[in-house]
Design a protein around this ligand. Sequence first.
Ligand code: PLP
Length: 376
Amino acid sequence: MKMYMDNAATTQVAPEVAAAIMPFLTENYGNPSSPHLYGSFAKAAIESVRKSIASYINAEQTEIFFTGSGTEGNNMIIKGMVKDLGVRRIISSATEHHCVLHSLDKVGSNGVHIEYVKLDTDGKVDYNDLENLLKKSDVVTLVSLMHANNEIGTLLNLELVSEMCAKYNCYFHTDTVQTIGYHLFDLNKLKIHALTASAHKFHGIKGTGFVYINKELTTGELKLKAFIDGGSQERNMRAGTENVPGIIGMGVAMQLAYDNFDKNKEYISELKNYMITECLNITGISFNGDITETGSNYKVLNISFPENASISLEYFHMEGIAVSGRSACTTGAVEQSHVLKAINANPQRNAVRFSFSKNNTKEEIDYVIGVIKSTI
Ligand code: PLP
């Protein structure tokens, strides 16, 4: 048996995505900035993707900027807001992805005051603590909190946090790398200043993403400026020839995700719920993070095994089950993941993240449960 349950790390490229990309490698290989037919074809194609991405999240076309990854998007927003918008204080959380945490370290070492909101043992933000921190804002403040945690799936209440940030006149950025394509966003209603996405998390290809930046931040007197200097691509915000095939693929991936949204959500949620029910019948298993339907990402389930169980990540890999214990970017580190540490998970118990996609089946879960039962 060989199965893939590491869809929070990356997903299989959808066949429709691969097919749509191919002509942009072989025939339509123009540079979107070139002033001839090849160039204008490529330009029109990526602009049509920008338009369609904007429509799926109810944003404006000019608010979407293509990037090379979720990591780049988060760096761009956090560092850009400090550099160009005068942010001097950032409120974030200890369970953010390392591309956010390390960006915070960097701006922190240059004098920006970083504060971490309290979390409960499910990794959920303590909203009272957040409000107390916001009340104390006497300098330009950014709140940067992820929508869904990539290791344990716990969700942020975006509506509540965006309202709070608006009330206290703070900027709000959210890392939506794990939820774009899996959650409905209405950016016309939500008061979010910026969000980040990455195509390979929703069946697009690696090395392509986008950021949404509310138009107030790119058109006012005080506005974000180029993150990468060079040509005038991405309306002068991110120089460099666009990854046309990647962007075309991301457009198709986004369309597939949202056109089949209800069906996929129901299917993946059922898989996760089935796994939870089966695990509850096994003594000594516990879950890390919120596992309720409203409080967690329906594609992620993080499980801790009993201390005395000889079950580890490697054990699953040997049985042909691709899962992970932490974010793929930190695989190889020996200490406990920063997320599990932040929620005080018992380090003596091996924790494994299962993350599902529409390509997984109930039979695969039966196999995983069989593997678990055979060792516990
Ligand atoms: N943010 C979160 C929550 C993630 O899970 C990841 C990737 O795992 C990233 C950011 C980085 O995205 P990318 O792999 O596109 O750099």
